[in-house]
Structures are given as C-alpha cells and as structure tokens.
Design a protein around this ligand. Structure first.
Ligand code: NAD
Length: 460
C-alpha cells in the first residue's frame, strides 16, 4: 500500500500549486499526452484492477470491464474533442457594441480534489479525473478506503505513471478526508452519500471552493401496462442487481400499475433464474455486499413488508439474494432510506397520478425510470416530476452516454459531469471583451448634459 503521510498533505498541495504555476497544464498537447498515459496505465494494470474489484466486491470480470475499465472509452472521447472544447468561443454582441468583439476562454481552475465512493471505486475516481486532466488541472485523489484493494491499485497506477506534483493519490478514510478538507482547493468533486456531501460542502464554504456533489437517493422505477414485459423484466433485473444493487442509479423501488403487477413479478422471478440460476449464491455473476456493516444495514430492511422472492442471506459471505418485497409501508425504513443493495420493494398504483404524487412528495431522485410506450404518459411523467436524469424503457444505461451530463438535482446532487460536461465542470469560463481604437463615441462619458434622451432611446 502506498500511503501518503497525512502530515505531508500541505506539502503535496504546495508542490501541485507550484507545478500548476509553471503553466505546463495549460498546454492542450500536454493534457492529451497525459490522457493517453492514463489510458495506457489502465490497460497495463487491467488484471490488477479486475483482481482488486473481485477482492472488494466479488465483482464479476465482465461487470468490471463494463462498468469500471470502460472509462477508457471516456478517455478516447475526451481526446477526440479536447482541441475543440479548449478553443476560445466567440460570443455574440448586440448592435450597440458594434466596435467590440467578445470571446469565452475556458481556463483550468488549479488544484482540485476528487473524493470517491466504494461502489464503482475505480470508475468513479477515474471518470472525474479525466475531466480534471482535460481541463488542465492538477489533482489530488482520495479513493474510498472501504474498497481498499481498488484504492491501492489506483494509488499504484498514479504513483507509477504521474509526477506527484501533477497527480497524487492520498489513501485513507475519514481522517484523510478531513485533513484534505482543511486545505484550500480550487474545486472539490465528491461522489458519495448525502450526509457526507453536506460535510464536504460545509468544509468547502470556508474557502468559497466550488463543489460538484454526486450524491444518491431513492430512484423510482415506474412500470405502466403498455410495455414489453419480457424486455422490461430483464432490464430491471440487470439494473437493480448488477453489483448486488450497490449502484447509485439502480432502481430503488418499483411503482407498478396494479393491472400488470402479477405479470411483472412472475417475469422478474423468471429473469432472476435466467441471470443467476436457482441459487444465486453459486452464481459467478453475482456480487457481494461491500462490508459487514453494510450487510447488517441491508438485512434489517428484510424485516419490512413481505419478502416474495429471495430474502436468503449468508453473513460469512456478505451475500444477500436478489430480493423482492411486497406490501411495504411508506414509513418502513426500506422506503425511507436509500436501499443501495439487492432489495427491491414493489408498490402498486391504480392511477399514474398516485405514482407521480409519491415521487414528488420525496426529495428529487438522481434517476427516474419509466417503462411505457404511451407517449402521453411519457410526456406527463417528464413534465410533472424532477430528477437528475430520466431513462425511458431501460435502466442505468443513461450513465454510458458521453453526450448526456450526469448529475443530480436537489438532494441528489449539485453539478454534473461526463464528456463535455466534465471539461466544463473543471474549467472556468473566462469572458473576454475587446474594444478597438477606430472610434470612440462619447455618449457614456461626462459631462452628461443633453445625453439622457439618447440613453433612453438606447435602452428602449
Ligand atoms: P460516503 O459518503 O460514505 O463516502 C464517500 C467518500 O467520503 C469516501 O471516500 C469516504 O472516505 C469519505 N468520507 C466518509 N465520511 C467522511 C467524513 N465524515 N468527512 C469527510 N469525508 C468522508 O459514500 P459511500 O458509502 O462510499 O457511497 C455510497 C453513496 O454514494 C450512496 O449514497 C450512493 O448513492 C452515492 N453514490 C453516488 C454516485 C453518483 O454518481 N451520484 C455514485 C456512486 C455512489
């Protein structure tokens, strides 16, 4: 384990500030070269990444490629567009500014801090890091201590391939985080829970540091009658039970039209068998809960409502079977807290208005899912609800589209990233106005006498 002594944190930041001041990161060629290095480093360490995720989460190799190592695609996308994104963009000026020209220059912020969670512990560090590098920043990275094997691999990769005055990993838990938060950064990018998000924002406020908070919450999944049941159940099963439900945008609970509830539950039972066999504990394709503490929290939810599928668990393995719960009360803890595990409550509605009212009575979710081919219903749900993002007739796939900004709203987060949005998040847009010397009209200069009618005309 490469552990940075916490007492050296102020030193690391100072070194990065000095490196940033050299101006090297302002060169787009430098940034592209570093992105290429990052891609190469990931490819070189592919096997260690797979092994670390297996050790932390029993993550199947395919899921590691699909949801972690796939950040390589984001690197390619960023490299392809970076020259264009970094160019100053002309801004329009109105006719009364006819002798001026206006441009917007994206410029790097400086030294940024990236703090990550444990559930997609590699991707959720590297993905914002791509944006930080692309925009020309230096970065300090604090992976989650709870996914300790992945944290180690990230630390090794960065230490081996990058100058610490440019990119550094600080490993550790709350203490390391707090030590970092005591320092001044030019941006803090945090992915994690709402409670810690508030701590981050309070710490950032002290220095007026801007923050991006990628948080969680309860993402509803509405299922209407106008669907292809077979496709729907597969897409819900995949999005809910990938990584054993430990996904920030996993459907947290189902809101199902009463008329289709039985078909949907039967279908989900069938697709669970198709995915993970008769006994998912034996499936090589089903992950485990990250820690004993998280396992205990989830097992407690099994007391709520009535388990209709699954419910089995093994503490020694931190295994919880894919589980469906019926007859939950909205006051049950499973409907109060973000579940973040393989437990799926099913709530029925008779009219879509009930489902919408339930969603709107709660904090704005990170994701909202709707299964329906009914265009009017789609329009209504989009118009009457607010969420970080929406995916219609699928789950989780929205995260893979680089042209869609990813982030929450309200309690589910502040700011967004991915693709161009990542570049924007880590850039300051500097507005530059230029006048010329060929003319100097005197209408704005004192003495003002006699000029007011012209000003009034100008404003009118
Ligand atoms: P967490 O908030 O417990 O921890 C996140 C990071 O904060 C870790 O690196 C941790 O070391 C640090 N931290 C913990 N306590 C701290 C404190 N008191 N002060 C300073 N730093 C502290 O989150 P987690 O358990 O790792 O992740 C789960 C949560 O993250 C869920 O709520 C999930 O929805 C959310 N999440 C959101 C996204 C997203 O993209 N929006 C992605 C993944 C996870």
């Amino acid at each position: 384990m490469i552990t940075t002594e916490l007492s050296k944190i102020d030193n690391i930041i100072q070194n990065q500030r000095e490196f940033f001041q050299t101006g090297k990161t302002k060169d787009v060629t430098f940034r592209i070269e570093k992105l290429k290095n990052l891609k190469q480093a990931i490819i070189e360490h592919e096997q260690s990444i797979v092994e670390a995720l297996k050790a932390d989460l029993h993550k199947p190799e395919l899921e590691t490629y699909l949801t972690e190592i796939s950040v390589i695609k984001d690197i390619d996308y960023t490299i392809k567009h970076l020259q264009n994104w970094s160019k100053p963009k002309k801004a329009a000026v109105s006719w009364d500014f006819f002798s001026y020209s206006a441009k917007i220059y994206p410029e790097p912020l400086g030294v940024v801090l990236i703090i990550g969670p444990w559930n997609y512990p590699f991707q959720l560090i590297i993905s914002p890091l791509i944006g930080a590098i692309a925009a020309g920043n230096c970065a300090i990275i604090k992976p989650s201590e709870i996914a300790s094997h992945t944290s180690d691999v990230i630390a090794k990769i960065i230490a081996k391939h990058f100058d610490p005055a440019y990119l550094t990993v600080v490993e550790g838990g709350v203490e390391a985080s707090q030590k970092l938060l005591a320092e001044k950064f030019d941006h803090i990018f945090f992915t994690g829970g709402i409670a810690v998000g508030k701590i981050i924002m309070a710490a950032a406020a002290k220095y007026l540091t801007p923050v991006t908070l990628e948080l969680g919450g309860k993402s509803p999944c509405i299922v209407d009658t106008d669907i292809n049941v077979e496709h729907t159940v597969r897409r819900i099963t995949w999005g809910k039970f990938i990584n054993a439900g430990q996904t920030c945008i996993a459907p947290d609970y189902l809101l199902v039209n009463k008329k289709i509830k039985k078909d949907l539950i039967d279908g989900l039972e069938k697709s669970l068998k198709e995915f993970y066999g008769e006994n998912p504990v034996n499936s090589p394709d089903y992950a485990r809960i990250i820690s004993e503490k998280h396992f205990d929290r989830l097992v407690n939810f099994l007391k709520d409502g009535e388990v209709i599928i699954g419910g089995e668990n093994q503490p020694s393995e931190r295994y919880i079977a894919p589980t469906l719960i019926d007859n939950v009360s909205l006051d049950d803890s499973v409907m109060q807290e973000e579940i973040f595990g393989p437990i799926l409550p099913v709530i029925e509605y008779t009219d879509i208005a009930e489902a919408i009212a339930l969603i709107n009575s709660r904090p704005k979710p990170l994701a909202l899912y709707l299964f329906s081919q009914d265009k009017n219903l789609q329009k209504r749900v989009l118009q009457e609800t607010s969420s970080g993002g929406v995916c219609i007739n699928d789950t989780v796939m929205q995260v893979g589209v680089s042209s869609l900004p990813f982030g929450g709203v309200g309690d589910s987060g502040i700011g967004n990233y991915h693709g161009k949005a990542s570049f924007d998040t880590f850039s300051h847009k500097k507005s530059v106005l230029q006048n010329s010397f060929w003319l100097d009209l005197k209408w704005r200069y004192a003495p003002y006498q006699g000029k007011l009618p012209f000003i009034k005309k100008l404003l009118g």
